[in-house]
Design a binder for this molecule. Structure first.
Ligand code: IMP
Length: 181
């Protein structure tokens, strides 16, 4: 159900990006990727847990033979701010040497997780690595990253829904909500 406000862990969040806005933008990104990777078979690597929903919609918007795999990185736990420490909880299973990799992430905040991801991916010697990210908190990013496919640049706000959690809750929402402070 698509509500204007939701409660999560006793806090109120208001609608920030509607299901329609999200889905329309993903169609655009999918078309762009389809065009950019014509004749290639990209592998989309989703960063668990948050990227599962974005990856599921994005891959359906890509009209190419494509594969998926997942990696799991340490997260914020129950906090609303980044701990600044990243480690790998689950590695990828696929062989990506010589492959065209698209890292799929829900949100880039400080950028430390993505910086870690790029270092990890490059160790496997892929043919190319690009990033598809749903939300980029551009004001909060502390490292230099080349984010090729950004669905929505956003200011430094705490958001939930569409895969993004607050203490593991709210991932099931079809829309993105912002903390109503
Ligand atoms: P970074 O390493 O600081 O860029 O953080 C990336 C990770 O932090 C994302 O994959 C999310 O899991 C989490 N994160 C960052 N901002 C938010 C937010 O506003 N809501 C929920 N999770 C967030």
């Amino acid at each position: 159900m698509n509500k204007e406000t939701v409660m999560c862990r006793g806090q109120r969040f208001r609608l920030y990006l509607s299901e329609e806005q999200i889905q329309q933008r993903i169609q655009e990104l999918g078309a762009q990727i389809t065009n950019d990777y014509e004749g290639k078979k990209p592998i989309l690597i989703g960063v668990l847990n948050g990227a599962f929903m974005f990856l599921a919609d994005l891959i359906r918007a890509i009209d190419l033979d494509s594969e998926i795999d997942f990696i799991k990185l340490s997260s914020y736990g129950d906090a609303k701010v980044s701990s600044g420490r990243v480690h790998e909880l689950k590695s990828i299973d696929a062989q990506i040497e010589g492959r065209h990799v698209i890292v799929v992430e829900d949100i880039v905040d400080t950028g430390l997780s993505m910086e870690f991801m790029m270092q990890r991916m490059n160790e496997y010697k892929p043919a190319s690595v690009e990033v598809a990210v749903l939300l980029h908190k551009y004001e909060a990013t502390q490292v230099d990253l080349d984010l090729k496919y950004v669905a929505f640049p956003v200011p430094n706000l705490f958001v939930i829904g569409y895969g993004l959690d607050y203490g593991q809750l709210a991932r099931n929402l079809s829309q993105i909500y912002v903390l109503d402070e």
